[in-house]
Design a protein around this ligand. Sequence first.
Ligand code: MN
Length: 202
Amino acid sequence: MAFELEALPYDAGALEPHIDRETMEIHHDRHHQAYIDNLNKAIAGTDAENASLEEILKHVSKYSPAVRNNGGGHFNHKLFWSVLGPNAGGAPTGELAQAIDETFGSFDELKKKLQEAGATRFGSGWSWLIVGEDGKLAVTSTPNQDNPLMDVAEVKGTPVFGIDVWEHAYYLKYQNKRPAYLDAIFNVVNWDAVAQNYASAK
Ligand code: MN
């Protein structure tokens, strides 16, 4: 079955001033759509056509580079839209907040680690908060459209939050200032959605 682009769960301008409408429109309507179109082309006529996106990623090494790049692109962006939102920001609460404190010492420390992972990722990629194979939270980063679900990932786990550090995610507003984008994005993180991802991943 062919994959399809879902509408953003909020207005494209809803994350302003932190992420501008034009960036969101181009990022969702064109970049994410292109990953989906190219994924559908790449899986046509292969056994991946009948597999779930998660199954494809888990065994991604047996497929073509196009499946890896575009399957990752589809999964990563789907997650990205869902963990952002208007009237968000602040800090996590409940079980997630407790796990963050236990693993990183504090929320500020986690934030710093996510920002460092994103800022030091050379070229394009993602900064991730994952539940690792040991059931514990960890921060990691992947190049291009790889993600920690993939069998090719250096550090494997279930992503519960991710930050897109491709230039297309921030260049119109922040140009070369990736760290400024990595600061601003924390004003629009939907921690309730991240907490739900954590609860189902652990
Ligand atoms: Mn992107």
